[in-house]
Design a protein around this ligand. Structure first.
Ligand code: ADP
Length: 285
């Protein structure tokens, strides 16, 4: 089972003729609201890849629909709390060239609770996975609990925060970074002993450097990308699910690359993530 302490965001997307300048008011030409947040995206990807997923998180009363969306994907939401204050949200302005401008409010994502996390992890043990990103609070204590009960800890250090990563490293089984984050890590930590590390490089694939051992490289699949938002989340959630289900490194990376290739070839984030059958068909199985 995957336990994901993760963000749940409402994405408010506005199509605008151009990105607004200071003091300017412009009219949006279209508007949509979707489920977002790295945490929620990774839960959806992991669930679609076939893992049991229990999401641990928080929303405000205005976020019940987002929890229902997660539930609709088959994610267990028993440990998603409703707290006072707003659900995390992103105001995303997109211009005709696809350039964007984003304002993010952490809201309920910053109101995680140690007792709730402890209750959620009460049944977890060796063979289970704790998935973490940097969009919530309480990652450190969650990772400590997970380590104490023998769980695998997969930590996606995004958005990158040097201090958080430093503290998390000794508690992490597998650190996952994209290319930009990997560069930020080597700037801050050069030389320190690292755990297993997966680095994703967009259309140039991904690699898994085993602590003190080999590096497994996996190329990306050649597809026409129309929207790469959430590619990393799709890849990470999928790989985490495969590992949780007992697959080996290479097979898990291949599955993740295939899922992400399908996801980037159509518009959308969580809604563009492919179910297991589609990924297996793509892989010719
Ligand atoms: P992030 O979204 O975190 O920046 P990446 O862009 O590195 O993550 O993408 C994660 C994975 O998704 C890549 O390792 C690759 O397997 C897949 N992927 C991303 N972009 C493409 C693309 N244009 N074509 C095919 N696969 C892609």
């Amino acid at each position: 089972t995957i336990y994901n302490l993760g963000s749940i965001n409402a994405d408010y997307v506005y199509d605008v003729p151009h990105l607004p300048a200071g003091g300017e008011t412009i009219a949006a030409t279209a508007h949509r609201v979707g489920l977002g947040g790295k945490g929620a995206n990774q839960s959806v990807a992991a669930r679609l890849a076939g893992a049991e997923v229990r999401h641990i998180g928080a929303v405000g009363a205005d976020g019940r629909w987002a929890v229902e969306r997660l539930r609709g994907f088959g994610v267990d939401v028993a440990h998603v709390a409703e707290v006072g204050g707003p659900t995390a949200h992103a105001i995303i302005n997109v211009d005709p060239q696809g350039e964007n401008m984003i304002v993010l409010l952490a809201g309920a994502n910053a109101l995680q609770d140690e007792a709730r996390i402890g209750a959620a992890l009460a049944d977890a043990g060796p063979g289970d996975t704790l998935l973490l990103q940097n969009e919530t609070t309480c990652q450190l204590s969650a990772a400590q609990r997970a380590g104490a009960c023998g769980m695998r800890v997969i930590y996606s250090a995004a958005p990158f925060q040097a201090e958080a990563v430093k503290q998390m490293l000794p508690l992490t089984t597998i650190l996952v970074l994209n290319e930009v984050e990997a560069a930020q890590l080597s700037d801050t930590l050069g030389g320190r002993m690292l755990p297993d590390m997966i680095v994703t490089r967009g259309a140039r694939g991904a690699s898994w450097a085993v602590r003190g051992g080999e590096t497994v490289e996996i190329p990306a699949f050649a597809v026409e990308a129309v929207d790469t938002t959430g590619a990393g989340d799709c890849f990470i959630g999928s790989v985490a699910a495969c590992l949780d289900l007992g697959m080996g490194r290479e097979e898990a990376l291949r599955y993740g690359a295939a899922a992400a290739a399908l996801q980037v070839s159509r518009p959308g984030t969580a809604d563009a993530m492919p179910p297991r059958d589609e990924v297996l068909a793509f892989l010719g199985r």
